[in-house]
Design a protein around this ligand. Structure first.
Ligand code: ADP
Ligand code: TRP
Length: 321
């Protein structure tokens, strides 16, 4: 079984990325052949600062390795080091109906947020399809917002297979319902583009301040809160605290007597401790960047070998040999 996923180097990674995509990906590396990459070509659709991209890419590598990606089990590389995906993307683009891309929520959301779109942003799901199909991937672990892109990939693959004969494996998205959309500080989906994130490796003081500033309603500590399960802090706590602790805190909030300040302090402490061992590992990796570069280079070599085989198969099928 081949498992594949990618993450864009478009800013500091947050706990929504961690619980929605990275943790499932890390757990899946035990279960099959895992391939994970830093989607730096994709980041070009919305980030235009070269130095920033370079820095973010290294940060994503450090974050992912610190969080448990094991280069002995998973292949890990930078997307642009396997440039064959861009060639495959061209083959796929000629079979992609405009309407399929026009219907993509993530594209429509960006338009609605006033972004003036470039062609790359529109064609983004085709490059993502190439990423997935060029490795004969079976399973794609992602958060809920990427589900439609995997469905687009399936549509394109089916169309190619019908047109040119059986060429691609049809992939499945894998989405864990309990972490499909981790809420941000303001209750919307946590996202870099909404400025509502708790970073995985944020600094202590500013992150504590962010957590303490989550806006709550005006009920007094003594008042019972029958809707405790809807509270954003409770929802976030469920990810970082042991289940029995999170349940106990939720019950105390429901019964009345637990103030919002104390609730938020609990969230910060459990969050901070949850990522403590990874913070140590990250600092070790940051002082050994040569090792990280070497992991990415070796990953690119291994990924490239697979990609070239599948690209040759696709070119042959399309009469380009
Ligand atoms: P962002 O919305 O912050 O820009 P990305 O689009 O780069 O995040 O997402 C990277 C991965 O993390 C994707 O698989 C995405 O589905 C997942 N992800 C992002 N935000 C969340 C969230 N709030 N909850 C669950 N998964 C998320
Ligand atoms: N579009 C994904 C995101 O923004 C990143 C990505 C690029 C990806 N190519 C992929 C994810 C292939 C899974 C498979 O999060």
């Amino acid at each position: 079984m081949r498992i594949l996923s990618g993450i864009q180097p478009s800013g500091a990674l947050h706990i929504g990325n961690y619980f929605g995509m990275m943790l499932p990906a890390i757990e899946l590396q035990e279960r099959g052949e895992a391939l994970y990459f830093i989607a730096n070509y994709h980041s070009m659709t919305s980030l235009f600062d070269a130095e920033q991209r370079r820095k973010n890419s290294m940060d994503v590598a450090l974050d992912f390795l610190a969080c448990g990606l094991d280069p002995k089990k998973a292949i890990f590389w930078k997307q642009s080091d396997v440039p064959e995906v861009t060639e495959l993307a061209w083959l796929l683009t000629t079979l992609t109906p405009m309407g399929l891309l026009e219907r993509c929520h993530s594209y429509k959301d960006k338009l609605a947020h006033g972004i003036s779109p470039n062609h790359g942003l529109f064609a983004y799901p085709v490059l993502m399809a190439a990423d997935i199909l060029i490795f004969d991937s079976n399973i794609v672990p992602v958060g809920r917002d990427q589900k439609q892109h995997v469905e687009v990939t399936r549509d394109i693959a089916i169309k190619f297979n019908q047109q040119y004969g059986d060429t691609f494996v049809i992939p499945e998205p894998q989405i864990r319902e309990e972490v499909a959309a981790v809420p941000g500080l303001d209750g919307q989906k946590m996202s870099k583009s909404y400025g509502n994130t708790i970073e995985i490796f944020g600094e202590e003081k500013p992150t504590r301040k962010k957590v303490m500033s989550i806006v709550m309603d005006s009920r007094t500590p003594q008042e019972p809160k029958p809707d405790a399960e809807k509270n954003i802090v409770v929802q976030l706590l469920k990810h970082v605290a042991p289940p029995e602790v999170a349940r106990d805190i939720e019950e105390r909030l429901r019964a009345g007597g637990l103030g919002y300040g104390d609730l938020k302090k609990n969230l910060f402490e459990y969050y901070w401790n949850y990522f403590a061992p990874m913070r140590v590992r990250r600092a070790e990796l940051a002082s050994n960047l040569d090792y990280v570069q070497q992991v990415l280079r070796e990953g690119a070599d291994r990924a490239g070998a697979v990609a070239r085989q599948v690209l040759t198969r696709a070119k042959c099928a399309a009469g380009l040999d």
